[in-house]
Design a protein around this ligand. Structure first.
Ligand SMILES: [Zn+2]
Length: 146
């Protein structure tokens, strides 16, 4: 399967956490709308998303080309690469991916949406229903184990 770029998870990098904690808390309107949609979908499956309410920053940021998004669970922030802004399906996939890390401690490879590398933009558009179903199933399996 063809992949482009990397989705970086910074949850374990303590140094970066303190560096980024100086950022102002803020939410991009478009990303916040997708977050609300994600909450709705999760709640429709009786999945508890209360942990995600601690999120302080959900915003676009200029990042290196090979990074699609970042999550920092210590500073409670999620960033999406500014270059992705026009690619709605990809932005959606990145937010769901990062919220998977942030809220459920999902790891790379647990499902296709949690792939460490970003797929082509069309891949998300064409396969969203399958990606989404697999992601929800992964979360349900995880929360039922705990
Ligand atoms: Zn990731």
């Amino acid at each position: 399967m063809k992949t482009v770029g990397i989705i970086v998870f910074f949850g374990t990098l303590f140094g970066l956490a303190s560096m980024l904690s100086n950022q102002d808390g803020r939410y991009d309107r478009e990303l916040q709308a997708e977050y609300r949609n994600w909450v709705k979908v999760m709640e429709s499956h009786d999945i508890d998303v209360s942990k995600s309410e601690n999120l302080q920053v959900l915003d676009f940021k200029n990042m290196s080309d090979d990074i699609a998004g970042e999550t920092n669970i210590f500073s409670d922030l999620i960033y999406v690469n500014e270059d992705m802004r026009e690619h709605k399906a990809t932005v959606k996939a990145i937010i769901w991916h990062e919220l998977g890390h942030y809220t459920f401690d999902l790891k790379h490879g647990e499902c296709d949406l949690m792939n460490a590398e970003r797929f082509e933009h069309d891949y998300y558009k064409q396969n969203w229903r399958v990606l989404r179903a697999e992601y929800i199933e992964t979360i349900l399996n995880k929360v039922n184990e705990d």
